[in-house]
Design a protein around this ligand. Structure first.
Ligand code: SF4
Ligand code: SF4
Length: 99
């Protein structure tokens, strides 16, 4: 999918609130398992969406069986948004929709 917005700061794949990873996995509790801490935290993006053109076609595998967009372990949504869950500080898929 091309439309993967992410507000998670400190991830090496976050470029202007767009995910630049080629392949990510969303865990059972909808957390992004592919989050990888950046070596240079100061260079990572803040949560303001500048929407610089970045067109990474990211394959999204997903382990949330109860989500409407989960088709055989792959996310078939046109796009998803990932943000930091306040209580756990984990990057979480907000596009989840229960069947
Ligand atoms: S937390 Fe996940 S969705 Fe967000 S930029 Fe990192 S790998 Fe991509
Ligand atoms: S929208 Fe649903 S299927 Fe797609 S990544 Fe999020 S939880 Fe998984």
């Amino acid at each position: 999918m091309f439309d993967l917005k992410c507000k998670r700061e400190g991830c090496t794949y976050n470029k202007n609130c767009r995910c630049s990873a080629k392949h990510i996995t969303i865990e059972k509790v909808a957390n992004c398992q592919s989050y990888t801490p950046s070596e240079d935290y100061k260079k990572t993006e803040k949560s303001t969406i500048t929407q610089k053109a970045l067109r990474t076609n990211t394959i999204v595998d997903c382990k949330v069986a109860g989500c409407l967009f989960n088709h055989g372990g792959s996310c078939i949504a046109n796009g998803i948004t990932v943000a930091t869950k306040t209580n756990t500080n984990e990057p979480e898929c907000l596009t989840i929709k229960q069947k």
